[in-house]
Design a protein. Structure first.
Length: 137
């Protein structure tokens, strides 16, 4: 139904207007000249009525929120809770993680640190081999 926006990463500001569906006005900065790109594919381009649009939106299934990330819960409890006002600390977002979750988070972080250090060691060894090879040549 839509084409990709060319060189999207070069723009910082985007604007769309209701009376021109599919057209995106892109700017690199507020003072720069606007670039208008039409994203509607010509063979599919169709103007939908309000009823058709409402029916389309209502046909989408509502998704459940993703399960909470145990590492984020741990980090929020450990690093953020101290800055939260006392009247808001009862929010479920700031609940203390379980002991099982704490152990799992600690194991995950330890494994990540070990893998990172192994990767650094391997890269350092490769670098020394390359430098020795270059000096012998």
């Amino acid at each position: 139904m839509y084409r990709k926006l060319d060189s999207i990463q070069s723009y910082q500001m985007f604007e769309m207007q209701g009376d021109e569906p599919g057209k995106v006005i892109c700017r690199k900065r507020p003072s720069s000249k606007p670039v208008v790109q039409d994203l509607l594919k010509k063979d599919v381009a169709k103007v939908f009525s309000a009823d058709e649009t409402a029916a389309l939106w209502s046909s989408f299934a509502k998704l459940d929120p993703p399960p909470p990330n145990k590492e984020k819960i741990h980090d929020i409890y450990k690093k953020v809770l101290q800055f939260v006002p006392p009247e808001l600390r009862s929010d479920p977002l700031y609940a203390a993680p379980d002991d099982d979750d704490l152990a799992e988070v600690a194991a995950t972080k330890k494994a990540r640190r070990q893998k990172s250090s192994q990767t650094k060691k391997r890269l350092a060894e490769q670098q020394t081999k390359l430098s020795k090879k270059r000096t012998t040549e």
